[in-house]
Design a binder for this molecule. Structure first.
Ligand code: FAD
Ligand code: EPU
Length: 373
């Protein structure tokens, strides 16, 4: 043990793929007040600080030369309640799903479709979590943050433009400045490795407006109500949340039983021109289209990566201890908890990427963040 945290500590229980990994130093953050001492330690030992929530979206190499900070801070504070809305501040270490359940109980609406996504609140904005027709982006009012040691935020005018200060000196960035996009945000780009998200302020609705555009969700709810045309007026937030939980339980492996990091690749996004070429060659491929925000008449097409992977025969297939799940071809699973290494995960992923690219002419992009592998 060092004065701060634990040296050469195993991270096997801090990543849901259950990879064998070790951090130079591991520290659990329970109170904001610990941060000064932790950051001083990181500076003294010249270690970068890597924040982690539940490790459900990372691929960890064997040794992480860093001070890994497990964010456990707690607290949900209700702020103003203007007409038909509530503002809620949530500490970064709160469990995401528990927060969604809490909101549904309180009658704070908007997050129902995002139930059962693993992880903590502080990580949710990083990749703008999304599921079943909803992304968190429009529900985030602001994000409070603290610069990580060595981040030199003041040297980058693009970052300075979006950072704001509260009257009592706290730093935040408005939701509208986070450059949210599909599985993307400023935290994966200009602010990558530069800040610790300490809490998130959500703006939620007090009137429930169900979002049942996602076909699997609409079909599930219609089947449950035994109707062909869903009557949305009769749906409660609880109905939608429970439906999402049920659908996810049938498709996605529980990381506790079968270690995984959710979708291993992003879905493939194509513009009009790329889509034309693709669909002529593969007319039976499923796809979703949506207008591209801010660009007149441009449409973006999403091809499910799971379909591409399944077509190439990887669904349910293992390479040693790693395989693509037999219910959801996009999810890589690890059947040797605590034994498999990040390098093996990346090697398997690269083989899938290469096969898909050779067959379909499109490039898959790995979704989880890689560290030292
Ligand atoms: P971690 O994996 O611990 O961290 C992820 C990244 O965020 C790392 O780079 C880390 O450094 C950074 N980070 C974490 N906390 C902070 C912080 N406080 N400040 C700064 N940086 C931070 N994602 C979806 O979008 N939709 C889904 O439907 C979905 N389903 C999933 C299903 C399963 C079974 C699994 C295992 C994963 C799924 N995911 C999904 C991915 C994952 O749950 C989300 O990305 C989640 O937000 C990650 O949270 P975490 O706390 O585990 O983050
Ligand atoms: N499909 C297959 N084979 C499969 C699974 C799916 O061909 O094994 C095809 C089908 O055509 C299906 C389509 O893919 O209709 C979409 O499948 P699904 O509804 O399961 O969603 P997805 O596109 O595979 C995305 C997200 C998930 C999110 C769900 C629900 C990405 C990378 N993944 O998966 O997010 O939960 O939609 O909205 O966008 C995650 O990020 O970790 C994650 C699980």
């Amino acid at each position: 043990m060092s004065g701060v945290g634990q040296n050469n500590a195993s991270l096997a229980t801090h990543n849901t793929l259950k990879l064998r990994s070790q951090a130079s130093t591991l520290v659990e953050l329970n109170k904001h007040e610990q941060l000064d001492a932790i950051f001083e330690h990181a500076r003294d030992f010249k270690l970068p600080v890597v924040p982690l929530g539940e490790g459900s979206n990372v691929v960890l190499g064997e040794h992480i030369e860093a001070l890994v900070l497990i964010v456990n801070t707690q607290g949900i504070t209700l702020l103003d309640t203007p007409d038909n809305a509530v503002y809620v501040d949530v500490a970064a270490g709160e469990n995401w799903h528990d927060f969604v359940v809490h909101c549904v109980k309180q009658g704070w609406h908007g997050l129902e479709n995002l139930a059962l996504i693993p992880g903590k609140v502080g990580a949710a904005p990083i990749q703008n979590i999304g599921a079943y027709g909803v992304e968190i982006a429009p529900l985030i009012a602001r994000i409070y943050l603290t610069p990580l040691p060595g981040s030199e935020l003041d040297k980058d005018p693009n970052i300075q433009r979006v950072l704001q200060h509260t009257d009592d000196g706290n730093l935040f960035i408005a939701g509208g400045d986070c450059q949210f996009a599909y599985r993307d945000s400023i935290f994966k780009n200009a602010l990558r490795d530069k800040v610790l998200i300490t809490s998130v302020r959500f703006k939620l609705g007090t009137r429930f407006e169900p979002v049942v555009t996602y076909p699997a969700l609409r079909d599930y709810l219609s089947r449950q109500a035994n109707v062909s045309q869903l009557d949305q007026a009769n749906l409660s937030a609880n109905d939608v949340m429970n439906a999402v939980v049920s659908i996810r339980r049938t498709k996605l492996p529980d990381p506790v039983e079968l270690p995984n990091a959710g979708s291993f690749f992003k879905n493939v996004v194509l513009d009009d021109e790329q889509f034309d070429v693709f669909i002529k060659r593969h007319p039976h491929a499923p796809y979703y289209s949506q207008p591209l925000a801010g660009i007149d008449q441009s449409i973006q097409y999403k091809i499910p990566a799971a379909w591409l992977i399944e077509q190439r025969g990887f669904k349910g297939r293992y390479d040693g201890n790693l395989g693509m799940h037999n219910q959801q071809a996009l999810v890589m699973v690890n059947r040797a908890a605590g034994d498999t290494q990040g390098d093996a995960v990346i090697a398997f992923a690269e083989r899938i990427k290469q096969t898909v690219e050779e067959s379909f002419g499109v490039r898959l992009e790995i979704e989880p963040r890689r560290y030292s592998c």
